[in-house]
Design a binder for this molecule. Structure first.
Ligand code: NDP
Ligand code: 2IT
Length: 450
């Protein structure tokens, strides 16, 4: 049995019930085989075995009071995967689906994504099974305070710097930061995604979505093509989706679909992004409210989905941007996209395409930008926020945006050049994983066994 198969078999036995973690590892290891064979040091020094085991996992209880005065209890997680390249870095997710396997898959992906940025960043992820839906502002604040009451002893500006993810935006980062400051009495860059008035970086809110579109621009440019006039399908209607939609519109593309947990919105004339931001970001309303202003749009509620499948991928279009959550784009969806003439898929979310979907894209030979390359703009601008905090400085928005553009171009170049080097031109799954792996693996060897 070969090394990769043996390692995956061992992982399946040692991580029962952690399907998403296994899936994320499988994607990385399958493309690493030629690198592991070419350089024996990686096997001799057990680099893969070490990377699969987080340096530290913190599981904790969060008890808080709801508006009725009842005590509520949730599970909290921070998985500190790798600090080889810098302080642990990665978001916090608040969603009822969160469990140890989900946090481990996200943390594992984060190691390679962060390495690929070329910046000094380790990899981590955290969160809770807390469901913010239907909670009052006061409940969210008390939950965040209770979460940080435990987390604060494990993080710090040069130790571990959390940020947002699903269910954690600027409001939650504010409550988390306030509690950290209350407990530690230090004004330091311990979280990123802060409001711009008190330590946040301009452009962090936009960074993941804008970065994803810059990545798509780079993929298209390789074929001498541009975004102008392209019809785009986007899933989600949260932070990443909204700023993907905004940048697509700015660059002359025409986004025609998006979605949230209540259903899918299709507007073939082109989505009204300012209205979507007002509904979803400012007023926190369901997507259906869009129809009040645009009667020519269609909203399909989740209850009407055929075979539980979102119609978001089933419109004819040239580009697709999955920006909601893991495994939201299946093999069937991928076949439909390809049959409808899609030329590129660029992932704003983490691992949104199933293994079958990824195989379909690679077989079809379309441009495919995997999340760990295409959505790295968020964590990259988080690192720019850390730089600004460390220097007590504040960069203008233009400088952040220019730096983000340059970082996304470099990530694309690095992934593309690595794919060429291994005889698989255009295969950015191979390119991104191998380039990220080599940076962190070489540093692990240089720093000795621990
Ligand atoms: P948000 O919470 O802001 O938005 C998530 C969006 O996806 C919401 O519209 C939500 O619906 C929808 N959604 C979430 N889960 C589901 C589900 N199970 N079924 C259907 N719809 C769902 O999160 P972000 O935009 O920050 O994150 C989206 C993705 O991008 C995640 O995969 C995240 O890991 C990834 N990512 C985020 C980064 C960031 O900087 N924030 C950086 C890199 C990647 P509703 O509005 O109804 O809640
Ligand atoms: O998945 C991700 O890269 C994030 N949620 C952002 C991480 C960060 O530290 O900004």
């Amino acid at each position: 049995m070969d090394y990769v198969t043996r390692t995956l078999d061992g992982l399946r036995r040692s991580s029962p019930g952690q399907g998403e973690f296994y899936q994320a590892v499988e994607e990385v290891l399958e493309v690493l085989a030629p690198v592991l064979d070419a350089d024996r040091r990686y096997q001799d020094e057990a680099v893969v075995e070490r990377l699969l085991e987080p340096e530290r996992q913190i599981f904790f209880r969060i008890a808080w009071l709801d508006d009725q005065g009842r005590v509520r209890v949730n599970k909290g997680y921070r998985v500190q995967f790798s600090s080889t390249l810098g302080p642990y870095k990665g978001g916090l997710r608040f969603h009822p689906s969160v469990n140890a396997g989900i946090i481990k898959f996200l943390g594992f992906e984060q190691i390679f994504k962060n390495a690929l940025t070329g910046l000094p960043l380790g990899g981590a992820k955290g969160g809770s099974d807390f469901d913010p839906k239907g909670c009052s502002q006061g409940e969210i604040m008390r939950f965040c305070q209770a979460f940080m009451t435990e987390l604060h002893r494990h993080i710090g500006a040069t130790i571990d710097v959390p940020a947002g993810d699903i269910g954690v935006g600027q409001r939650e980062i504010g409550y988390l930061y306030g509690q950290y400051r209350r407990l530690n009495g230090r004004f330091e860059g311990v979280l990123t995604g802060k409001a711009a008035g008190w330590g946040g970086s301009l452009g962090r809110r936009e960074a993941t979505g804008y970065g994803c579109v810059y990545f798509a621009e780079n993929m298209l440019a390789e074929r001498g093509d541009t975004l102008a006039g392209k019809r785009c399908l986007v899933s989600g209607a949260g932070n990443v989706a909204l700023y993907t939609l905004e940048k697509l519109t700015q660059l002359g593309a025409r986004p025609i679909s998006c979605s949230d947990s209540s259903g899918t919105l299709i507007h073939r004339a082109g989505l009204d992004v300012a209205l979507l931001k007002d509904i979803k970001e400012r007023r926190r309303l369901p997507l259906r409210d869009y129809l009040d202003c645009h009667t020519d749009a269609t909203f399909i509620p989740v209850a009407d989905y055929t075979a539980g499948r979102s119609p978001v991928w089933h419109e004819p279009a040239e580009l697709a941007f999955p920006c909601a959550t893991q495994n939201e784009l299946t093999g069937v969806d991928a076949e439909a996209l390809v049959a409808n003439g899609v030329v590129g898929v660029c992932e704003g979310a983490n691992m949104p395409s199933t293994r079958e979907a990824v195989s379909c894209f690679l077989r079809a030979g379309i441009d495919y930008g995997p999340g760990k390359a295409a959505n790295a703009g968020g964590v990259a601008v988080s690192q720019l926020e850390m730089q600004q905090n460390a220097a007590m400085a504040r960069w203008p928005a233009e400088k952040v945006d220019q730096t983000l553009r340059a970082i996304m171009r470099d990530i694309h170049r690095r992934a593309s050049a690595t794919a060429e080097e291994f005889g698989a031109p255009g295969n950015l799954v191979l390119g991104a994983n191998v380039a990220g792996f080599r940076r962190v693996a070489d540093a692990m060897i240089e720093q000795g066994v621990f």
